[in-house]
Design a protein around this ligand. Structure first.
Ligand code: F6P
Length: 552
């Protein structure tokens, strides 16, 4: 007998398979109030999901799934610091990083329950003092020169969140206290690029690594250490390095002094760590006030997610729309188009947040899921995407749901440029939904006196089927507060989806095997080394690589 969750997924598929069950435009024709009915808001932030095929029965079925998955209980357990990440025996309490000190959020770690919001606030105060000293020039490099640049070394969650937030809060501004660079890839070219033109005497290096064992980060940290020591002497190292980690002994062994070491707890997942000391680069580059405002924005979304009824809850609704597209419509991809240059790397961060969290096929019970989980997420800034892959979104054989993200007010003084940007966002969403019929195209071509034979040949290629879904996320202005709110919206969306899919959204075991194998192959790439046991493709690639390097 199928359980209630399987029944709920089956009902969703049934609804999408009804005749016309995937069509959007008839829903608008039938309901003049549809846009308002399928738009939810938190202050100035609105989520319009009316341009989807979700109707009242579909929405009811989605909430039935939420009930079958005990979503409300999951939400309560998440905020209570329960072990929602059972495969790593951890809570997921990143909300404590942005909550006020007295929020009373608790989390258990190694059998001890701690006041997570108080612990996070204490470390945040240390960070604030550090940032103030760097900006004031009372904390300087070894030569006494003020720090003008911050180079952050980290990868994955220790890179993408801080990178995206720093870009969003500094791009195009002239009042940034410091300039930020980010170094993630172990590729030596990345190191050259990241340090190009930097003055070691004026550069503060942050090593961001939750575990402080990640190969890429440790390799780059050693290279940076050599770069600083080579220019300023070994004694300069303690003044030029800070570390952001849960692994304080390893930080000490590297040579980072305790005053420059900022810790966090294992209840912070890597991809949720930009709010922790890992976000120090954001505060250094954009200023403390902006960092704090970003935390405040995220906390406002936390409270909304925690307290709002499910039917008015933005993360819940965003998650359910995604479930509809993945599990009812069978969509395998999801496109995020932020019409804001400052959010140009947002899709990269969301890729990790969504795909590392929910790219799983085993349920919490240890069984294979009977349903699909996370779609492949991709994106580019609008309008650039319109001149590259959007063709497929309009006319490809597969349906690609889109999130359009837009602020109503820019921070530049060219209102006409922003209107043009917005017009493009709205037009893309409208075009995806309404499309253009062959009859309309033929009439248009005939009116231009195009010969009938040419019309016959070309018109089918110009047809846009329409009925292609999108969400539009619109808010007043992209500032630190709204940025925090936006990222937290997606974080909680992911948690909700993980709950509905019945998986552990907070582990990432799939990334481990490749790391282990890389460690095994590394010694085999040194001249004269024996090649280990591999499949014939891997073995011959290793041999060819060595031959091309003249290192057989
Ligand atoms: O390889 C994936 C990963 O484990 C991510 O989950 C994490 O964000 C990243 O590596 C970096 O890990 P760390 O912060 O421990 O260096």
């Amino acid at each position: 007998m199928p359980d209630s969750r399987s029944t709920a997924f089956a009902r969703l598929r049934h609804l999408a398979d009804r005749p016309g069950g995937r069509a959007i435009t008839p829903l608008f024709a039938a309901d003049p109030g549809r846009a308002a009915r399928y738009t939810a808001a938190l202050d100035d932030l609105t989520l319009d999901f009316s341009k989807t095929a979700i109707d009242a029965p579909a929405l009811d079925a989605l909430f039935a799934l939420a009930e079958a998955a005990n979503l409300e209980d999951f939400r309560r357990r998440l905020f209570a610091g329960a072990m929602v990440n059972p495969t790593e025996h951890r809570a997921a309490m990143h909300m404590a990083l942005r909550a006020p000190a007295d929020a009373g959020l608790h989390a258990e770690l190694a059998g001890v329950v701690e006041d997570a919001s108080a612990q996070a606030a204490a470390e945040r105060h240390r960070m604030r003092d550090f940032v103030a000293a760097v900006h004031a020039g009372t904390k300087t490099g070894a030569t006494g020169a003020r720090f003008t640049h911050v180079l952050t070394i980290g990868i994955g969650g220790s890179d993408l969140g801080p990178l995206v937030a720093t870009e969003a809060l500094t791009l195009g501004r002239t009042d940034n206290p410091m300039e930020a660079r980010f170094l993630s890839n172990i590729d030596g070219h990345a190191f050259i690029h990241a340090t190009k033109g930097l003055d070691p005497a004026r550069t503060l290096v942050l090593i961001a690594s939750k575990t402080f064992t990640t190969l890429e980060t440790m390799s780059n940290a050693q290279a940076a250490r050599g770069w600083i020591a080579g220019a300023l002497g070994e004694a300069a190292v303690p003044r030029h390095f800070a570390a952001l980690s849960t692994n304080l002994p390893a930080v000490g062994q590297f040579g980072v002094v305790p005053e420059h070491t900022f810790g966090f707890r294992d209840w912070v997942g890597g991809r949720y760590s930009l709010w922790s000391p890992v976000g120090l680069s954001i505060a250094l580059a954009a200023g403390w006030d902006r960092f704090q405002a970003m935390l405040d924005g995220a906390w406002s979304m936390d409270q909304h997610f925690r307290d709002a009824p499910l039917r008015q809850n933005l993360p819940v609704l965003l998650a359910l729309v995604g479930i509809w597209h993945t599990n009812a419509m069978g969509c395998a991809t999801h496109c995020v188009l932020a019409y804001d240059e400052r959010l140009r790397r947002l899709p990269a961060h969301l890729q990790q947040v969504e795909m590392e969290s929910n790219g799983k096929h085993v349920t919490l019970a240890g069984t294979q899921t009977e349903w699909d989980t996370c779609p492949v997420l991709f994106g580019e800034p609008g309008t650039n995407a319109q001149h590259s892959f959007i063709q497929l979104v309009h006319q490809g054989t597969r349906i690609v749901p889109v999130d359009f993200i837009l602020a109503a007010n820019p921070d530049h003084n060219r209102p006409e440029a922003h209107r043009a940007l917005a017009a493009n966002a709205f037009a893309q969403a409208e075009a995806l939904m309404v499309g253009k019929s062959e009859a309309a195209i033929r009439a248009e071509m005939a009116a231009k006196n195009i010969p009938p034979a040419d019309i016959d040949a070309i018109a089918p290629h110009r047809v846009a089927t329409g009925e292609r879904p999108s969400n539009t996320i619109l808010f007043d202005r992209l500032d630190a507060f709204s940025l925090g709110r936006l990222i937290a919206l997606y974080e909680h969306k992911v948690a909700v989806q993980g709950c509905l899919w019945g998986i552990d959204s907070f582990d990432q075991w799939g990334v481990e095997l490749g790391k282990v194998l890389a460690n095994g192959i590394l010694p085999e790439l040194t001249p004269g080394a024996e090649t280990g046991k591999h499949d014939s493709s891997t073995a011959s690639l290793i041999a060819r690589f060595r031959a091309l390097r003249g290192e057989t």
